[in-house]
Design a protein around this ligand. Structure first.
Ligand code: ADP
Ligand code: ASP
Ligand code: MG
Length: 417
């Protein structure tokens, strides 16, 4: 039965990472697999700069050259034989990108963004696929834009499940080794779309769902899902087992180790998810499956930085009632603000939002026309699942808390930084 693997940017950030993909596939078996791969390292960020320069009508030659040089270095290390067809393939991909930049007439940021940043994944999968081939690991490179059909909400595309399932089931030969891109799909007019930043996990889940895969394994630079983000917390522990619900909650609150949309498709078909280290191949990592109790049962800490706290009250001290609140939510939806936390009282309404799509200015303008508005950018949102007194005290001890909310299982704190 087919297994789906996903390798993220960190796992293929250099030539050694690509060689390690070969090692993982040799260790775990190299047939009956579909491997989803992200752009290498921080390529998506680098391509975002190309988009910015291009749309600012500045010269994008430098920012594009940075992306090219980075991949050239990796290519040079991986392929000794300089006439290898991979060099031409990568050259052609960049040429295709430059052709788009030359001929495109649209100034729509989201559309242009998707047409450009998608090349990160196209380039990375071409390099990995060719490298595996070169090392005698036969594989089929699949264009994810032909597999995953979406609507035209660029940068946050929604999957057309019916079409996607039908295509994937006919196009993928499940007994082979297949390589495809995470993050990207295409709309009804065959323009490239993307599924949202960090969306490769979600791509892997979509494909696992459509193929009724045996399991999905996400290979990471950490041991698995930890009880806190090691970038911000010094003491962390591996969660060996969690349920889909627990994983959904953790991802929803911002545990960036798994993209939040990844879990639902897996849960629907009860496809187990494994989060494992691509370095320590003998370790089992985290298993996510149905109804598992969390092991070990300890508080889990999640932090989302650079959030915005908005406080609204009516201009005439009238109550904040359903009518106002529904109006506010319509605006959040319109400006693609992801709402993290809500707190309301009789005459005020406070909300912590993620300004992911940079529409804060426009939103505030709109809100100010109707309400008294206060806002603070750069705040942090901390969430503790399965909290106890000690966990809260530990977190609060060196922070200025702006807002605190407790439910049975979860406490959330908005802090100054
Ligand atoms: P990918 O290479 O797949 O894109 P990411 O860098 O997006 O990988 O995700 C892995 C990183 O997620 C880890 O290096 C870690 O810093 C971060 N992370 C955040 N929260 C957690 C958590 N609860 N457990 C493990 N890692 C976490
Ligand atoms: N390359 C994309 C990003 O960096 C998708 C992903 O890595 O999951 O957001
Ligand atoms: Mg990532």
């Amino acid at each position: 039965m087919l297994k789906v693997f996903k390798f993220g940017g960190a796992s293929v950030k250099d030539a050694e990472g690509v060689r390690n993909v070969l090692k993982v596939l040799k260790t775990t078996g190299d047939s009956d697999k579909l491997v989803v791969i992200s752009a290498m390292g921080k390529t998506t960020n680098a391509l975002e700069i190309v988009v910015r320069d291009y749309l600012n009508q500045a010269s994008f030659a430098n920012s594009l050259q940075i992306v090219k040089n980075y991949h050239e270095l990796i290519l040079d290390e991986l392929f000794e034989y300089k006439q290898h067809p991979v060099f031409l393939k990568i050259y052609q991909l960049f040429e295709e990108l430059e052709n788009f930049l030359k001929h495109n007439k649209s100034l729509k940021y989201d559309f242009v963004y998707d047409q450009i940043v998608s090349f990160g994944e196209l380039v990375s999968t071409t390099i990995v696929s060719e490298y595996l081939q070169d090392q005698e690991l036969k594989n089929t490179w699949l264009d994810a834009r032909k597999l995953i059909k979406t609507n035209s909400t660029y940068r946050d595309a929604h999957v057309n499940w019916e079409k996607t399932q039908a295509i994937i089931q006919t196009e993928v030969e499940t007994n082979k080794l297949n390589i495809t891109q995470g993050f990207i799909g295409s709309d009804p007019n065959n323009f490239t779309t993307t599924l949202g930043r960090e969306g490769s996990d979600y791509s892997a889940a979509i494909i696992a769902y459509c193929l009724n895969a045996e399991s999905l394994t996400i290979w990471k630079d950490v041991q698995g899902v930890l009880n806190a983000d090691p970038r911000y917390f010094t003491k962390t522990e591996l969660l060996q087992q969690i349920s889909y619900e627990e994983a959904i909650e953790l991802a929803f609150y911002g545990a960036s180790v798994i993209h939040p949309k990844t879990l639902q498709p897996l849960q629907r078909k009860e496809i187990p998810l494994f989060v494992r280290s691509f370095i320590e191949l003998d370790k089992e990592g985290t298993a996510v499956s149905k109804g598992q109790k969390i092991v070990p049962n300890i508080p889990c800490f999640i932090v989302k930085k650079e959030q915005v706290l908005i406080s609204l009250s009516s201009r005439d001290f009238s109550f904040m009632v359903e009518e106002n609140i529904s109006e506010i939510f319509k605006l959040f939806h319109k400006y693609q603000m992801k709402v993290d936390l809500i707190q309301n009282s009789a005459i005020s309404f406070r909300v912590c939002v993620d300004n992911k799509f940079n529409h804060l200015e426009k939103l505030l303008q709109h809100l100010k026309a109707r309400f008294k508005v206060d806002f603070k950018t750069g705040v942090s949102l901390y969430t503790i699942r399965h909290f106890d007194e000690a966990a809260i005290n530990e977190l609060e001890k060196d922070k200025r808390v702006l807002l605190k909310q407790l439910t049975q299982n979860t406490v959330q704190l908005v802090t100054e930084n």
